[in-house]
Ligand binder design. Structure first.
Ligand code: MEV
Length: 437
């Protein structure tokens, strides 16, 4: 039935939808309705969204919510979050409230350097590559001056280029490793354009250089790195264990002890570390998406950072020392507040306004806070009540929808399950009972 479709991108949106409905749904027009129902009546807005990507047929909504009451470096912040998982915003808000009365979140930027590499192969002696690099270095820097100019005006630009010998990992492999400061931009285009110019200069200078005994170096590719171990924000919370108070029948001291143990476990055990860090990313991704940043880049960079010593570990750390409980993390977050979708998507723009149009560094701080808060909320539940009570309470709305409860039945069932952990079977049974009465 399915045959390759030629020139799909040139079809109009309606033609694309019709093709889909005919090819995959036997011309079922109800499918057509599902798709067109999500088209925005505001044609200009729809055009904007269609333009974000190729072959768009409709919009895919994500809930856009607010987590208020975050005290960050003594300033009250409301964090915009775009996420579909039902308990995440509630958990963030809960953590915000907990720390609001206990000094709030403290943040600091450790560094903001990004990097990119020109990856190349050379079969000859390493000493020849070293000599070539010394011969060409000034030209590398000179050749990117015009690309660098406007970033330099903003206080950023190319910081350095160095030749890295990687031949012990892969025969013949070298890099030009370039470092950058991109200020409020995420800087992907600037970095990639600069790297491609460096590669061009490298080819030109290599053809002039007379010291290669074999071939000239072959450029394989030039691309920024989403691994940003030098673009890092620190975030922490801290209070005396007496200030924690009893939590769900667990004393403050016991809570802090179990909490730090839970973090220790995620530090040594990858099975736990992945889920632990996934919870952190619930908070980080939600802010990254709401502010129009690239969550895949952030995800890749954060997970690589979590494995930087060769084992995948918890991103957070916790300790109790002299009766003071401290919980903190360093997160590598290369975020931008100008360029990309940040000012193009009306809701990202709104999210930025809610955050007071932050600098990239301020956005790193807020995002890190949301990650730490999310981890705090998850561990808070895990070491006391368990996760399901709160999680399912939030998820009950989805479950009631799925079992086909009416609005009145939803209200009644939510009330009936106030003190119970809802399950599909439990809810169905209760609904049947209600209907049979
Ligand atoms: C669920 O989205 C996230 C948690 O599993 C995180 C964790 O276990 O720490 C609750």
């Amino acid at each position: 039935m399915n045959v390759p479709v030629i020139g799909f991108s040139k079809l109009s949106k309606t033609e694309k939808v019709n093709w889909l409905v005919d090819s995959y749904f036997d011309g079922d027009t109800t499918v057509n309705n599902i798709i067109t129902r999500y088209w925005n009546e505001d044609e200009k807005l729809q055009e904007l969204h269609d333009g974000f990507s190729e072959n768009t047929i409709t919009n895919f909504y994500f809930p856009f919510g607010l987590a208020p009451n975050f005290l960050i470096d003594d300033k009250l912040v409301t964090i915009p979050m775009a996420i579909e998982e039902s308990s995440v915003v509630a958990a963030a808000s809960k953590a915000a409230k907990f720390w609001l009365d206990r000094g709030g979140f403290k943040t600091s930027i450790k560094s903001t350097i990004k990097s990119g590499q020109v990856h190349m192969m050379y079969d000859g002696l390493s000493s020849e590559m070293d000599a070539f690099y010394a011969f060409a270095k000034a030209d590398f820097i000179q050749s990117i001056q015009s690309i660098n100019a406007s970033m330099k005006k903003r206080g950023g630009g190319l910081l350095d280029v160095e030749l890295v010998n990687k031949t012990s990992s892969l025969k013949g492999y070298y890099q030009l490793h370039a470092t950058f400061e991109t200020k409020d931009a995420m800087g992907a285009n600037f970095i990639n354009t600069t790297l491609e110019q460096l590669a061009t200069t490298l080819r030109e200078k290599a053809s002039e250089f007379e010291g290669f005994s074999t071939n000239v170096p072959e450029v394989i590719m030039s691309i920024l790195s989403n691994y940003v171990p030098q673009c890092v924000v620190n975030v922490s919370v801290s209070c005396n264990i007496d200030e924690i108070g009893a939590i769900n029948g667990v004393s403050g001291a016991d809570f802090a002890r179990k909490f730090t143990r839970a973090v220790d476990i995620a530090t040594v055990e990858p099975y736990r570390a992945v889920t632990h860090n996934k919870g952190i990313m619930n908070g980080i991704d939600a802010v990254v998406i709401a502010t129009g940043n690239d969550f895949r880049a952030i995800e890749a960079g954060v997970h690589a950072y979590a494995a930087r010593d060769g084992q995948y570990r918890s991103l957070t750390r916790a300790r109790v020392k002299d009766d003071v409980f401290t919980f903190e993390a360093d997160f590598p977050l290369a975020l931008g507040t100008v360029g990309g979708l940040t000012s193009l998507h009306p809701l990202s723009k709104l999210a930025m306004q809610v955050l007071g149009n932050p600098s990239a560094q301020d956005l790193m701080k807020v995002t890190a806070v949301c990650g730490l808060a999310q981890n705090f909320a998850a561990l808070h539940s895990l070491v006391t009540t368990g996760i399901q009570a709160g999680h399912m309470k939030m998820h009950i709305v989805n479950m009631l929808e799925q079992i086909g409860a009416s609005d009145a039945e939803k209200v009644a069932l939510k009330k009936a399950f106030t003190d119970k952990t809802p399950s599909f079977s439990g809810l169905r049974e209760a609904l049947e009972k209600m209907r049979s009465k």
